[in-house]
Design a protein around this ligand. Structure first.
Ligand code: HAM
Length: 440
């Protein structure tokens, strides 16, 4: 027997039942992007490894452990090319910004994107090898107003999708002026307590001491006593951070200062933040995160340019909604089934469906020769809320003025009216959940 084919570990098929909820998240993300005046950008799913190694940092988990490498077609010159599936969007967006000279456009540039990212990690709940992000980036704005605006935007997304109890964690990890002092303080502190560190943390201490704070196995007392980034900020970083906090306060946006929030990618400077459902603040539970990356554009070959952005995990947002029992997950627009009698031509069915779709309704037309009763049964089974039954049109054309039967498949009642009056009669009704089919 051959093995059954299955999706690769750590990936998920989006199945039809989840489609409406997923589309709704995408619609809300796209709508907010527009309302906050972001412009759309799309970059390739794979890029040279070099871009991520330079952009995210050789010692970041995304590069060191989780890079999904891609090679060219076997035997081709490009076979050995070093590409990787994108683990995140920011580096690719900055690459495109530089490659296409977007810096000459009147700035700051506000860009958004939505799509799949890839990280080769051990799959577990909420951690996939392919996952989707909605991402926004502002390039060329030193803040602090835009820092608060991006945090507000993410918070508004969670509110609009209906997620409750979302909290923002906030920190500032300084810049090139003050980070070295903070790193030295961490090396001094953890260096004197090496026996308490995991092997991974000892290694991190040598290459990127901030990441020790990210070690989930770090003893809580040790973490609590560690030097705090906010105590090592230079005057300019401190003023920036204070201004961000004040703006958030003024907007009534709640946040918690989190001294361990250093983020896993190396490009961050100053403001960093992550979002969680309160009480679910574990490693694989961040719903989104981001921060300022004032050095990345220069690192990738441009002139010094401040920037900030946020990536929202759509899979985790959906999981959190499901966890809260959100009803929007099963809500869809009312489906109308278009049915014919014996003698209703296929042309009439198609024309009537087209007319109703023009009026904005979701229509599924039955093109079968089955008896009307069977058509009604199957319309109910697929979860249609309404059925429109067309007359026999052998005597003439079906048009807007044709009298049809509109059947309410939930109430089991029906009425006669003109096709043109159907949209008004069904407006404002919600879809019934797909009915369980007995015996299937
Ligand atoms: P990140 O924190 O690595 O940031 O990812 C953002 C969000 O993507 C996470 O908070 C999480 O919701 C989701 N996510 C990450 N990895 C996985 C995974 N393996 N499975 C499921 N969801 C996941 C970034 O990627 C930055 N580029 C954000 C940013 C934009 N910073 C500045 N601009």
């Amino acid at each position: 027997m051959t093995d059954r084919l299955a999706a690769p570990r750590g990936t998920r098929d989006l199945l039809p039942d989840e489609g409406p909820a997923w589309s709704r998240l995408e619609r809300i993300a796209a709508g907010l992007s527009e309302r906050y005046a972001f412009e759309r950008i799309d970059t390739p799913l794979f890029e040279p490894v070099e871009l991520f190694a330079r952009g995210l940092g050789e010692s970041s988990d995304a590069v060191e452990k989780e890079m999904f490498r891609v090679s060219g077609a076997r035997g081709s010159d490009e076979e050995r090319a070093e590409w990787a599936l994108r683990p995140e969007p920011t580096a690719g967006i900055v690459r495109a910004y530089l490659e296409h000279g977007l810096q000459v456009r009147p700035g700051p540039l506000r860009l958004w994107m939505i799509g799949p990212m890839f990280r080769y990690d051990r799959p577990q709940a909420g951690r996939y090898r392919q996952f989707s992000q909605w991402d926004v980036e502002v390039i060329g704005d030193p803040g602090p107003m835009v820092d608060a605006e991006v945090i507000e935007l993410a918070g508004r997304f969670y509110a609009e999708v209906g997620l409750r109890n979302v909290v923002a964690h906030l920190n500032s990890i300084g810049d090139a002026a003050c980070r070295p002092g903070y790193r030295a303080a961490l090396v001094g502190y953890f260096g004197a307590r090496l026996e308490h560190l995991t092997d991974d943390s000892r290694r991190r201490l040598a290459v990127n001491p901030l990441r020790v704070l990210d070690d989930k196995l770090l003893e809580p007392e040790l973490a609590a006593g560690a030097p705090r980034a906010v105590d090592h900020l230079c005057d300019r970083c401190r003023a920036h951070f204070r201004a961000v906090c004040e703006l958030l306060d003024r907007q009534g946006i709640a946040y918690a200062i989190d001294h361990r929030l250093v983020r896993g990618l190396d490009y961050y400077t100053r403001t960093t933040f992550e979002f969680f459902v309160a009480g679910r603040e574990g490693q694989q539970q961040a719903l989104g995160g981001g921060g300022r990356y004032d050095g990345l554009v220069e690192l990738l070959g441009g002139s010094p340019t401040p920037a900030i952005g946020v990536g929202i995990g759509l899979d985790r947002t959906l999981l959190a909604l499901a966890d809260q029992g959100d009803t929007s997950l099963t809500t869809r627009s009312a489906l109308l089934a278009l049915l014919g009698r014996e003698g209703t031509s296929l042309g009439a069915r198609l024309a009537a469906a087209s007319w109703l779709r023009d009026a904005g309704l979701a229509v599924r037309a039955d093109g079968s020769e089955r008896r009307l009763g069977r058509q009604i049964d199957s319309a109910a089974r697929i979860g249609a809320r309404w059925a429109v039954i067309l007359p026999d049109d052998s005597a003439g054309e079906v048009g807007e003025r044709t009298v049809v039967v509109l059947r309410d498949l939930v109430a089991g009642e029906q009425q006669e009216l003109r096709l043109a009056d159907v949209p008004a009669a069904v407006s404002g009704t919600a879809q019934q959940p797909p009915r369980a089919v007995p015996g299937v």
